[in-house]
Structure formats: C-alpha cells, structure tokens
Write a protein that binds this ligand. Structure first.
Ligand SMILES: Nc1nc(=O)c2c([nH]1)NC[C@@H]1CN(c3ccc(C(=O)N[C@@H](CCC(=O)O)C(=O)O)cc3)C=[N+]21
Length: 291
C-alpha cells in the first residue's frame, strides 16, 4: 500500500499558519492582505477553483477583490479592470483565471498585471526570475507540489524526475523548480515518442497532462513517488459528476511508495500557495511601514 500525499491536510495546516501570521501583521500594517481574482464566463472547473479560493481567503483573513464578468466583456474593459487593481493600494495579488473565452487573448492581459502583484507567477518577469533562480512570485500549482514533497521528506536532489506535460501554468514552471532543487528533470509532452519508456525511469513522476488515466501501472517504476496534478471532470454512467486525475489510481497505487489522490492532493495545495503568495506580496508592500 502506498502512502498518500495528503494535500488537503497540509493545505489546512498551512492555512492555520497563514491565518495567525496575517492576524499579527494586520494589526501593525493597518489593513489585511487583498486578492483580486478575475473570472470571465462560466467554466465549471474555474468556478470550483474560484469558490474554494474565496472560502480560503475568508478563513485566513485575506480581503477578496474578486470580480466575475459576463462572457461578453471586451479585452479593453478587462485591461482597464487590471489597471485599476494595479493602482489599488489595498490589493496585493491579482489572478486572471484561465482559460478565457475564445474572443479574449490571455497573453497580453497577463503582461498587464503588475509583476509585483502577479500571485500566479505567470508574468514574463516572474517566469524569468524562476529561470534565473531569483526570488519572486512562483506559480502556485508547482510550488504546491514542491511543498508537498518537502512535507513528506521526499528527497528531490539528484533524483530522476519526469514531468508529464509542458504547459505554462504547470509543466514548465514545475520542471524549473525541480531543476532549482537539483533533480535531473525530463519533460514529456504530446509529441513524446515513447511515454512509458521515460516514465518507467522516474523515481518521482509528476503528471500534469489533462488526460484521465493517461498514466497506468505499466507507466511507473515500482517504489516511485507519483504526483497527480490532473483535474478532470467526468460524469459516470449513473450521471454523477466526479473529478479524477491523470493517473489510474487503483492500478498505480499498489506499485508505488507515495501517490497524491484526486481530489485531496495537489488541488488544495494550489489554493494554499495562492494565499501564501498573496501574503508574500503583502509583506513586500507593507514591510517598509513596519520597520
Ligand atoms: N490563472 C489560473 N491559475 C490557476 O491556478 C488555475 C487557473 N487559472 N485555471 C484553472 C486551474 C485549475 N485550478 C484548480 C485549483 C484547485 C482546485 C481544487 O481545489 N481542487 C480540490 C477540489 C476539487 C473539487 O471538489 O472539484 C481537490 O483537488 O481536492 C481545482 C482546480 C487552478 N487553476
């Protein structure tokens, strides 16, 4: 039986720590940290995330400046909203929930978010800082995976690690953080010739591809650590909705040492890291007034 990487429990622990730190800082700074999550349209996955995030903000004492816009908002209007949040001195973090409806272009909007408030770590300046190993805001999901590995004292240095998926949101920053931690990282993607050949070599396997059951028993090295970043929404034959990861949990779990479940694994860690990034950004901003 594998050990579970319990992201839900760790996220809860982190939220309690954040809440205490925010409580004491807020008394000195005169205001709580603030986070603005911008969501456009009705993407069910995004709705769950935004709801979880708002609940978590409330729990730790972060003020929400979130806005939910109708699908027909224009690029110019959304740009204006970002500018006003950049200017707002009570806002420490801005997150543009992706994906956007097809008429909107995410890349130029991500450039508009001030790098100092970019709690998603997606601005080119923050991605550049990550590439160069400088301090800065780091992408939440990969940061959550790193913290989960740390919590379970899973050594990364010198390990053979494979990241399945090369997205801007997860795969690429994940590989860079693992490189920063001195593992030997390979990235696989849609054009990879023989996925199983590579994943079977992995001592740590991080899967962020967006395909349910992409990773089966024949893809893993016995005794490996498997981190499942996938969030896939399925409707079963009885019409019940549930979420599953990218890993065939039942098939893989008996073979490996550690595995993260879906739900209850990486998802809650993403939210915890968003709160942590918002606090970090807040401290950068109010820190000068506290000295
Ligand atoms: N700019 C941007 N940044 C993101 O970080 C981002 C995004 N856009 N777009 C969508 C994805 C998806 N995502 C999730 C985070 C947490 C859960 C989560 O809390 N999951 C829980 C509960 C899931 C459930 O109950 O359905 C779990 O896995 O246990 C899910 C999904 C962040 N994303």
């Amino acid at each position: 039986m594998a050990n579970l990487l319990d992201g839900k429990a760790l996220a809860q622990k982190i939220r309690i720590q954040l809440q205490q730190e925010i409580q004491s800082l807020q008394a000195q700074a005169g205001r709580p940290p603030g986070l603005g999550v911008l969501m456009v349209g009705e993407n069910p996955a995004s709705s769950v995330y935004v709801r979880n995030k708002e609940r978590a903000c409330e729990q730790v004492g972060i003020a929400s400046f979130g806005k939910h816009f109708p699908t027909n908002i224009t690029q110019a209007e959304l740009t204006e909203v970002i500018h006003s949040l950049n200017q707002n001195s009570e806002v420490d973090g801005i997150l543009l929930q992706l994906p956007l409806p097809p008429h909107l272009n995410a890349i130029p909007l991500l450039y508009e978010i001030s790098p100092d408030k970019d709690v998603d770590g997606l601005h080119p300046v923050n991605m550049g800082r990550l590439v160069r190993g400088e301090a800065g805001l780091r992408s939440c999901t990969p940061a959550g995976v790193m913290q989960l590995l740390r919590e379970y004292e899973i050594e990364v240095t010198g390990k053979d690690v494979v990241v399945v998926g090369a997205s801007i949101l997860v795969g690429k920053p994940m590989a860079l953080m693992l490189l920063e931690a001195e593992s030997t990282v390979s990235i696989t993607h849609i054009k990879t010739k023989d996925l199983a050949k590579l994943t079977c070599e992995a001592e740590i396997l991080v899967v962020a591809a967006g395909y349910p059951k992409l990773i089966t028993a024949s893809h893993v090295k016995p005794g490996a650590v498997v981190v499942d970043v996938g969030i896939n929404r399925l409707t079963d034959y009885e019409g019940r909705k549930r979420i599953v990861g990218d890993v065939d949990f039942e098939g893989v779990e008996p073979l490996v040492d550690y595995i993260s479940p879906v739900p209850g694994g990486v998802g809650p860690m993403t939210v915890a890291m968003l709160l942590q990034n918002t606090l970090w950004s807040y401290k950068q901003r109010v820190g000068k007034n506290l000295e």
